[in-house]
Design a protein around this ligand. Structure first.
Ligand SMILES: NC(=O)c1ccc[n+]([C@@H]2O[C@H](COP(=O)([O-])OP(=O)(O)OC[C@H]3O[C@@H](n4cnc5c(N)ncnc54)[C@H](O)[C@@H]3O)[C@@H](O)[C@H]2O)c1
Length: 426
């Protein structure tokens, strides 16, 4: 472990060069972020602002961090999952003078230690993925929320759920922008990013053939839909479990079989949870699964697969390969749990491809700039969860299209008039 007190703690500074090459690869795939960096490095709208971030330390996140810094911010960072940090990227960031506290394979106590380290410089903006940072501030440093922090941003569905619950209780002490709910995030990152990278994680941890397998996807929301469609594309028979009638209906019309988890457990070869809800796979499901079944999660927290229940029905377990634990049940069946039930795409693979993070992080960046600009004008959003402005979504989508070499039509003045004219009929 390499550390400089108050500045960084990472696994191994010798990995910095490798990390820098990875970051450069992402930069070459993130044209929207790079054009924002170019634009805002001159005006420096974040100068004088201290941003604490708690988000997976990947090569794409490094592009976000270095763009925030180019725009004038001082940044202190920790990872938002004990298994998702890329150690070479963390080292490259530390070598570039970024204050970062993150390494792969930390325990929960270390996870919160890292968050605490990032809070030591009294941030005035927060950037979260899962709301652990915001929650730590509210629970352990309530004075910081009132005195220093002017606002925050949240990256993922589960974090937005937690924050909306806090806001409903009147317990949220500063405004937060729900980056997750932007169209250019939720409909791309969660669908195409999670879809592809989840399968990437399963493949790296198992190298199994998807074709012909019964793949059970729990949750047919944004992530689940992406995972299901990619698994289907590889030739799997996809089964969906849901609690929401419309989502289940969508799944059936999109060619998936829908059933209860208690039935799916008996026939599934690969199980992937993507609900953001706890106890999706529990003791009775483990007991009825086939010998050889593979189980993993791509939802934010490691509570979707109940590992305590699995321990109860297992005789023992051993690591069979990286990110793949074999549990032998008392009935003799072997079940394989990937990445300890944590986000399989980040723990066993590299997270989302740079191309989708380009848009998600453009939303993060623009939202941070917006909070700072409001503050500079002496304004502040209400202490609740806010959507990003519709124009920001469209601007980012347009910028992305342009970088991909596409142009689109514009409404003519007559079409615009027609759309707002309710007298026009047959
Ligand atoms: N792996 C990643 O990199 C990544 C990326 C984005 C989001 N996420 C996380 O993935 C999770 C899902 O996010 P999303 O954007 O798809 O949310 P979403 O709200 O769009 O979808 C969740 C779906 O799960 C269903 N569901 C809830 N309880 C269920 C149950 N008991 N059984 C079956 N289905 C159930 C809901 O009805 C809903 O359709 C969240 O925890 C989110 O934070 C992970």
């Amino acid at each position: 472990m390499d550390s400089k007190p108050g500045k960084y703690k990472v696994a191994d500074m010798k990995l910095a060069e490798e990390g820098r090459r990875r970051i450069e690869w992402s930069e070459s795939r993130m044209p929207v972020m790079m054009s924002l960096r170019e634009e805002y490095k001159k005006s420096k709208p974040l100068k004088g602002y201290r941003i604490a971030g708690c988000l997976h330390v990947t090569k794409e996140t490094a592009v976000l961090i270095e763009t925030l810094v180019a725009a004038g911010a001082e940044v202190s960072w920790s990872g938002c999952n004990p298994l998702s940090t890329n150690d070479s990227v963390a080292a490259a960031l530390a070598a570039n003078g970024i204050s970062i506290f993150a390494w792969h394979g930390m325990n929960v106590k270390e996870f919160y230690w890292c968050i605490e380290e990032t809070l030591k410089f009294n941030p005035n903006l927060t950037l979260d993925d899962g709301a652990d940072l915001i929650f730590t501030i509210h629970k352990s440093h309530p004075e910081m929320a009132n005195k220093f922090v002017i606002g925050g941003t949240e990256e993922t569905t589960t974090g937005v759920h937690r924050l909306r619950a806090m806001a409903a209780d009147g317990a949220l002490n500063y405004p937060v922008i729900a980056v997750n709910d932007a169209e250019t995030k939720w409909d791309f990152d969660n669908v195409f990013g999670t879809g592809q990278s989840t399968l990437d994680g399963v493949l790296r941890a198992t190298s199994v053939l998807f074709a012909g397998k019964n793949v059970v996807v729990a949750g047919y929301g944004h992530c689940g839909r992406g995972v299901a469609s990619r698994a289907k594309g590889l030739g799997a028979n996809v089964i969906v479990t849901e609690v929401k009638a419309t989502a289940a209906l969508k799944a059936t019309l999109e060619g998936m079989r829908v059933m209860k988890m208690s039935d799916a457990a008996k026939v599934g070869d690969i199980f992937i949870t993507a609900t953001g809800v706890k106890d999706i796979i529990t003791e009775p499901h483990f007991k009825s699964m086939k010998d050889g079944a593979i189980i993993c999660n791509t939802g934010h927290y490691d509570c979707e697969i109940n590992l305590e229940d699995l321990e109860k029905v297992a005789k023992g377990h051993r690591q069979i390969r990286e990110n793949n634990e074999e549990y032998t049940l008392k009935n003799g069946n072997r079940l394989y749990v990937l990445a300890q039930g944590r986000l399989v795409n980040l723990a066993a693979a590299e997270g989302h491809p740079s191309e989708v993070m380009d848009m998600s992080f453009a939303n993060q960046f623009m939202s941070q700039v917006r909070l700072a600009e409001l503050h500079r004008k002496g304004k502040r959003l209400e202490n609740t969860v806010h959507d990003i402005p519709v124009e920001q979504d469209q601007d980012i989508a347009m910028l992305k299209l342009r970088t991909m070499g596409f142009t689109i039509d514009k409404l003519t003045p007559e079409q615009r008039k027609y759309m707002s004219d309710y007298s026009a009929g047959t």
